[in-house]
Design a protein around this ligand. Sequence first.
Ligand SMILES: Nc1ncnc2c1ncn2[C@@H]1O[C@H](COP(=O)(O)OP(=O)(O)O)[C@@H](O)[C@H]1O
Ligand SMILES: [Mg+2]
Length: 235
Amino acid sequence: MSLELNVDNLVKSFGQRKLFHVDQLRVGEGESLHLSGENGSGKTTLMKILAGLERPCSGRVMVTPKARRWWSDRIHPQVIYLHQTPYIFSGDVRDNVAYGLRLRSYSRRDVKLKVQQALAWARLEHLAEQPAYALSGGEKQRLALARAWILAPSLLLLDEPTANLDQHSVRAVSELVTQLLDKGTTVMVSSHQKNAVTDLCGRRLHLENLALQELGNAFSNELNNEPELKYYVQH
Ligand SMILES: Nc1ncnc2c1ncn2[C@@H]1O[C@H](COP(=O)(O)OP(=O)(O)O)[C@@H](O)[C@H]1O
Ligand SMILES: [Mg+2]
């Protein structure tokens, strides 16, 4: 399903401290975005607000088309946020991958089939019966991606998906993200530094000085080799 994200005048503060004011952000179907910014600039907070997991102080986040019959007005079933440290539930890897489907009332047969497909997709089949907590960092990240993939998200928000991963695991994660992008999933990746996953992203957003800067299109910049500052709002 295609999905559009529209953000207007979004302000987030913690107490007296203003974290950011995002004037405007428009994200369309199938885009790939790298959200950069120093540690503490507000990347995680912004992504959680976009996913409806945290409330802004003011402003609005609109996901269209709207979802019907979901358990919260703010949370859209096609918008999925993956935490930097993947959530691991008790049980084995198979149970963990099935987790999201259980909340969505699929039949047992469908759950079994989809879980098998997701395990194959993330190359976790050989670990299906292992306790999930015992996986390595890279395997846990793949597990989190499999859990998201199975729900066919339209917008996937990946919060520092390669933090603390070795080069081999970074490559594995970037291959999975490439496949999601090929399927038309919109992906936003936060990372304070450039890496194999952020290199897949066409659009570059940067949080600094309480504002969100749009640094233009990475792919077209490669051609003219000149960073283009599209707009910059200072508050
Ligand atoms: N619930 C909270 N209460 C108070 N301060 C918070 C809360 N959540 C985040 N912050 C602060 O907001 C700032 C931005 O945090 P975060 O969004 O995690 O930044 P980033 O992901 O860019 O490192 C940090 O200084 C953090 O301490
Ligand atoms: Mg963060």
